[in-house]
Design a protein around this ligand. Sequence first.
Ligand code: ADP
Ligand code: NI
Length: 234
Amino acid sequence: MEIAEQQRIIAATADYVRQALAQDSSGHDWWHITRVWRLARTIAARESKGQFPAEVDLFVIELAALLHDIADWKFQDGDAEAGSRVARAWLEQYPIDSAAIDHICAIIHDLSFKGAGTSSMMPTTEGMIVQDADRLDALGAIGIGRTFAYGGHTGQPMYDPELAPHPHATFAEYKSARSTTINHFYEKLLLLRDRMHTATARQLAERRHVYMLEFLQRFMDEWDGHEHSFPDEM
Ligand code: ADP
Ligand code: NI
């Protein structure tokens, strides 16, 4: 397929996703998609220079990044197939070869985090890059913001000192567990740094990880009333 045709499909897909997710308030809004799309391109560019296994298929990366949250299982009655199904229906209206469509849909299917103890298989470089980009957007200042937005959206408590974090061993357990927004840092967000696939993402994740640790330290200090430095004593 010619580059111009690929660009046309990417632009149409971006329009479609922007409209579909414009009103989202769960942290999966269009701007999340925009950030992941851009991060994925950045990672792909940097990794290719480093000869990361072979040349990557940027067309697959961009479409998977754009469509990855089009129908998230968390908002589809736990249906883990919904995202790839909706993406396939969209892509099949274009003359994209079926191997590329299969590849994009497989990435979307495998992308989402399904519990601390579940393995995350991502067999292709394209998938690793999109997953790294998506995970980076769950870290750092943006990640903290999105996590609290999600907690408010689903109505879970911000924090409950009597509810310990729980490493979920299976997807079923992760899906149905009662949690808090603070626990989510221990159940997922702080685990992501060590699960990045690419060197570029590992570098970016490090700073975001440290920032979240600082945030949690302060949160607990304020919660426990352990802030001893009053302005007039400083
Ligand atoms: P992704 O977009 O990577 O698939 P998720 O859909 O798992 O990520 O999560 C989207 C956002 O919502 C992330 O920022 C994530 O931290 C947050 N989130 C997901 N589950 C919870 C939860 N149980 N409590 C608080 N935040 C959550
Ligand atoms: Ni996402």
